[in-house]
Design a protein around this ligand. Structure first.
Ligand code: NAD
Length: 256
């Protein structure tokens, strides 16, 4: 690591040691080193296939049975990243929690890798939901997604809810879908009270999550961005590190 980056790593570690409340926001960039592509990075799903954004929009999912059939088929054939393993970046954040230095981890990721790495749900908000569960868009019933996948593998191409006949969807927040109000409120409260806010592997362009750094800054917190590409907050940040997360985060947490 260049000396200048080394200096910033030491500085962020010092801020972490001093901070009585640290909030970490993660995005797809922390999982690329686990083999899961992000959306907007150079090899991102949408960078390569701009049409894919449509498929992730709630209104299209509800209106288009063919789209649901394709989605369930892809998931039943292994499109849920269940084989992906946490990488050094995820493990560093689990270590930060063990060291008692993590107030709240807000993740935009739906891949459950923070959970697999050892962070607890009690200190985590999966603000865009998760792929472990399904939810019925009619009656709100939830359960393990594997139950729906078994039905797909057994021949149902778009399995309806067994209780109300409604449309089933993964328990993720699609575009055009509201966040779970309590999840956002909890994240916003933590951002407003924190002394240090780390934004890691996120382009900070998906709202309302992208307001959180602003909430933290407005309340006097320090803002640190660890992301390979520029973000709209770089000029406001107290430190920006544009190096691979899997190298930078373990180096920082080792000093805390
Ligand atoms: P994004 O794709 O908009 O941005 C990811 C950022 O991470 C990019 O700016 C990229 O330069 C950076 N990055 C990628 N790999 C990196 C690395 N190894 N080191 C440093 N930087 C790296 O992601 P976003 O801001 O999270 O928004 C995308 C939305 O899509 C999220 O809301 C999320 O819900 C969803 N999503 C989730 C997953 C997942 O669960 N793993 C994957 C793709 C998309």
């Amino acid at each position: 690591m260049p000396a200048e980056v080394d200096g910033r790593i030491r500085q962020v570690a010092e801020w972490l040691r001093e901070s009585a409340a640290t909030v970490v926001l993660t995005g797809a960039g922390i999982s690329t080193e686990s083999g899961i592509p992000d959306f907007r990075g150079p090899n991102g799903l949408w960078t390569r296939n701009p049409g894919a954004e449509k498929a992730a929009t709630l209104q299209n999912y509800l209106a288009d049975r063919e789209l649901r059939i394709r989605t369930w088929r892809g998931r039943a054939e292994g499109g849920l990243w269940t084989d992906a393993e946490p990488n050094a970046g995820h493990f560093a954040l689990a270590e930060l929690e063990r060291k008692g230095k993590l107030e709240l981890l807000v993740t935009q990721n739906i891949d459950s890798l923070h959970l697999k790495a050892g962070n607890s749900l009690g200190r985590m908000v999966e603000i865009h939901g998760n792929l472990r569960e399904y939810v019925c868009m009619g009656c709100g019933e939830r359960g393990p997604i594997e139950r729906v996948l078994e039905r797909v593998r057994a021949g149902e191409d778009d399995p309806p809810c067994r209780r109300c006949g409604g449309i089933l969807k993964s328990a993720t927040i699609s575009f055009g879908q509201n966040l779970v109000a309590e999840d956002y409120a909890r994240s916003e409260r933590a951002a407003a009270r924190c002394e240090l806010f780390l934004a890691i592997g996120t382009s900070l362009t998906v709202y309302p999550v992208a307001y959180l750094p602003e909430v933290a800054l407005r309340n006097g917190a320090r803002l640190v961005i660890i992301n390979a590409q520029e973000t709209p907050y770089d000029e406001l940040a107290h430190a920006v590190i544009r190096e691979p997360i899997g190298e930078v985060l373990p180096a920082i947490v080792a000093l805390v």
